[in-house]
Write a protein that binds this ligand. Structure first.
Ligand SMILES: Nc1nc2c(c(=O)[nH]1)N[C@H]1C(S)=C(S)[C@@H](COP(=O)(O)OP(=O)(O)OC[C@H]3O[C@@H](n4cnc5c(=O)[nH]c(N)nc54)[C@H](O)[C@@H]3O)O[C@H]1N2
Ligand SMILES: Nc1nc2c(c(=O)[nH]1)N[C@H]1C(S)=C(S)[C@@H](COP(=O)(O)OP(=O)(O)OC[C@H]3O[C@@H](n4cnc5c(=O)[nH]c(N)nc54)[C@H](O)[C@@H]3O)O[C@H]1N2
Ligand code: SF4
Ligand SMILES: [Mo]
Length: 718
């Protein structure tokens, strides 16, 4: 039967609407849905590859178990029962914390996995919860918690209305936007220029986004906090700070004091940005009708990631651009995870309520920094991690010091992975429990509607029925949760798979009806799952609206402009400044940064042949002057060495990079043995996270610091 199927793409945060033509049960055409209310026909090369993922011969569909003679099929029931039994046995012997959990990025693109995976993890009652948050956006969530009272009350650039957009450490042309869900970002950035506004990119690399910007400014990696402080300094010096009922004058005075330490003149040598440029940008920002400052992965994942996100919020607030059209705004999604009284309200957050065992790194929202995972497995003593669950993650390639984690995982007593690939992480598992792929299950964007540049909502139905006997992520977690409870209670385990009445869709239906746009919601609309089922192109709920103080979650509904705890971190910033002053990029010393490519998605889409065509992607980018000083030619193999390890990689000589800086994309390194991703192995590349160090973190937040890793470079044949 022929049909046209509409659904949202689940790969990145842009949530593009897809239009899929099906003939006789096969996909005959794949394009962006021109009628989609949010993405307006936009699509990138990865979207159509959901089909290749569905058809990938290396995709695992049924559970497998590692035995002495290799991987063997096993029934779901047998796997589930054995897992529940082993886990409880380990916890009874060594305590609840001896079992750890790691949740990877695709969980947030999979509402079933999120809803039921979290329930499962909470039943394990372990403090050793880790996720990709602490190699990514942890500082954003932490600062939203500390300043606005809720970790998901995240300021989103109002890209469609702003006149001045200052972007630090984000490359939306490649990433399609992050903590700014924005399909067709190119068009929307161009529209800023067409309406007479401008956008500036501050980045150690002249990226695709920077090349189209009105201005690109190189910055030395890891020094953004000084640049941002200097902007604040100018705003105060030139009396361009706006007061506001939601902030206290005492806080403003305090910020002025702290900022006085970082004049543009003082930071220019360290940041590589001239004082004239800093002063001009501050002036332009303050004088623009509307303006927004936004910093993403490049600034979140550095030694002062939290201070950077704080300063970004401060700049938006004190120039009067927070919660204002054209500035940094907040969403009001159909499923509200923030508002008090919402059926789906998530935890506002918590910070430093407990610490990791070995390095005493702080908890955030009941999670510990993943940079501590390897040492928590490897360090003997009470509380050592002995078993690990991973779900939709590949931490061997995605977290700092992957080599160390690789070694640690090989020594675990027990490991279970919910994933459909046998990759660098899952190869260590005792059981791999594979879920269905995106086209085989329904979908609702629980998270990315919270970060979108417009309020929109959409529900996607499954396109294909899974093969008989396959399970969705949520079904896997649902059964495991129940079995865990039964074993704990000493009850017998059933032979069949345990089904629950509750489904992800039923949970969302309730949340939609009681949410802001539902019949019981404050706007009194018609929102429900049925409405969305009949709206295949999504429902537009309008542009972002001002919502403070009502939506502020602090007790007194004021902004905590200077969060108490953060102040403890300022002396560290001063100390580091002194270190920078004596730092010279020596003959072969460089600062390493990462990069993303439109056709890659973290570590997991390298097995899809169509995405791997074109020039080799996993190269070391280096500036021509640096290359010639070291006698390195384009394409030549070089050895890159850091405190954590070394890799051999081809050089790509390019003026895109700032002098003294080199770049390697993350997510590669598919050359390890024991995996089964044939295409990925062919294009293996090396892992940048064999160079990044688990000791290099933002010690305040615990987030990994990937930007500006010190490395040395030499020719292979020296
Ligand atoms: N195609 C594609 N899209 C993706 C992904 C992907 O892997 N591929 N991943 C998705 C995920 S999980 C995320 S979190 C988002 C991330 O989305 P973005 O944050 O937009 O991602 P990047 O392209 O890594 O951009 C980071 C930029 O920071 C710069 N940078 C590095 N160090 C510094 C520094 O010290 N200071 C400054 N100012 N800049 C620095 C880098 O040069 C780079 O241009 O993308 C998502 N979308
Ligand atoms: N050096 C450096 N390292 C980085 C970054 C960087 O910029 N530089 N970026 C960091 C960022 S922002 C992120 S988010 C992390 C990502 O880190 P991770 O989430 O650990 O890694 P991914 O590569 O996204 O791996 C996703 C895994 O999920 C599986 N998968 C995909 N879809 C599903 C699904 O629906 N269900 C299940 N169960 N499994 C699924 C894939 O097969 C794959 O094994 O990497 C981080 N690492
Ligand atoms: S931009 Fe992101 S959501 Fe849109 S098609 Fe590409 S991968 Fe999918
Ligand atoms: Mo991410």
């Amino acid at each position: 039967m022929d049909q046209i199927h509409y659904r949202a793409c689940t790969i990145c945060e842009a949530m593009c609407g897809l239009q899929i033509e099906v003939k006789d049960g096969f996909i005959a055409g794949f394009k962006g849905d021109p009628e989609d209310k949010f993405s307006r026909g936009h699509i990138c090369p990865k979207g159509p590859e959901l089909k290749s993922l569905y058809q990938d011969p290396d995709r695992i569909k049924f559970p497998i178990k590692r035995t002495e003679s290799g991987w063997e099929p096993v029934s779901w029931q047998e796997a589930f029962s054995d897992i529940a039994t082993q886990i409880i046995k380990i916890q009874e012997q060594y305590g609840n914390d001896s079992v750890a959990v790691y949740n990877g990025n695709p969980n947030v693109h999979n509402y079933g996995s999120m809803l039921f995976g979290q329930r499962f993890a909470s039943r394990l009652k372990t403090k050793n919860n880790f996720s990709a948050t602490s190699v990514d956006q942890l500082p954003h969530q932490l600062l939203s918690y500390l300043m606005f009272g809720h970790q998901l009350l995240i300021p989103i650039p109002d890209i469609d209305h702003t006149d001045f957009f200052l972007i630090l450490g984000g490359n939306p042309f490649a990433s399609n936007g992050s903590l700014m869900s924005v399909p067709d970002v190119k068009k929307r950035l161009k529209a800023i220029q067409e309406r007479g506004g401008k956008y500036i990119v501050v980045d150690p690399r002249k990226t695709e986004t920077a090349s189209h910007a009105d201005e690109h400014i190189f910055i030395r990696p890891g020094t953004d906090a000084y640049f941002l402080f200097a902007i604040v300094n100018v705003l105060f010096e030139r009396k361009m700070v706006q007061k506001n009922d939601l902030i206290s004058e005492a806080d403003l005075d305090e910020i002025r004091n702290w900022a006085s330490e970082y004049s543009p003149k003082k930071v220019e040598k360290i940041t590589g940005i001239s004082s004239e440029n800093i002063e001009r940008i501050a002036e332009e920002f303050a004088n623009a009708k509307t303006a927004v400052c936004y910093g993403r992965v490049g600034v979140s994942t550095q030694e002062f990631g939290a201070i950077c996100q704080w300063l970004i919020n401060v700049i938006n607030i004190i120039t009067g651009n927070l919660d204002k059209r054209g500035g940094a705004m907040f969403t009001l999604p159909a499923v509200d995870l923030v508002g008090p009284g919402s059926a789906m309200r998530s935890s506002p957050g918590s910070f430093n309520a407990y610490q990791s065992r070995v390095r005493k790194l702080p908890e955030f929202s009941e999670e510990l920094p993943v940079a501590a995972l390897a040492e928590e497995i490897l360090t003997p003593g009470e509380g050592k991690i002995r078993a690990l669950f991973t779900s939709a993650g590949n931490p061997v390639l995605s977290t700092p010091n992957g080599t160390k984690l690789d070694l640690a995982l090989s020594g675990l007593d027990f490991m279970v992975c919910v994933d459909f690939y046998l990759n660098e992480t899952t190869k260590h598992a005792n059981y791999i429990l594979p879920p269905t792929s995106a086209l085989e299950h329904d979908h609702y964007d629980l998270i990315f509607n919270v970060f979108a540049v417009r309020n929109t909502t959409r529900y996607s139905q499954p396109l294909f029925d899974p093969e008989p006997g396959m399970l969705h992520d949520w079904e896997i977690f649902s059964d495991l949760t129940k079995r865990l409870e039964l074993v704990r209670a000493g009850k017998p385990l059933p032979k069949e798979i345990i089904r629950t009445k509750l489904t992800p869709a039923s949970i969302i239906d309730h949340a939609l009806k009681t949410g802001p746009y539902g019949p019981k919601g404050k706007l009194g609309g018609e929102m429900s799952l049925d409405l969305l089922k009949n709206s295949p192109h999504g429902v537009d709920l309008g542009p972002l609206q001002s919502c403070f103080p009502e939506r502020l979650c602090t007790e007194d509904q004021k902004i905590r402009l200077v969060p108490l705890k953060l102040k403890e971190d300022f002396p560290r910033l001063s100390l580091k400044f002194k270190e920078w002053e004596s730092f010279t990029e020596g003959h072969s010393n460089f600062l390493l940064i990462g990069r993303r490519h439109l056709r890659s998605n973290n570590s997991w889409m390298h097995n899809l042949p169509k995405l791997m065509t074109g020039k080799p992607r996993c190269t070391l980018m280096i500036h021509p002057e640096d290359a010639s000083r070291l006698g390195i030619a384009d394409d030549e193999k070089v050895i890159v060495e850091s405190s954590a390890g070394s890799v051999l990689i081809s050089a790509e000589v390019t003026k895109e990079l700032m002098k003294g800086v080199v770049s390697i994309p993350h997510g590669f390194g598919h050359n390890r043995t024991g995996t089964n991703q044939k295409v990925a192995t062919e294009f293996s590349g090396v892992s940048i996270n064999d160079l990044t160090d688990d000791q290099s973190i933002d010690v305040f937040s615990g987030n990994a610091a990937f930007s500006g890793i010190k490395v040395s470079i030499k020719k292979q044949n020296l």
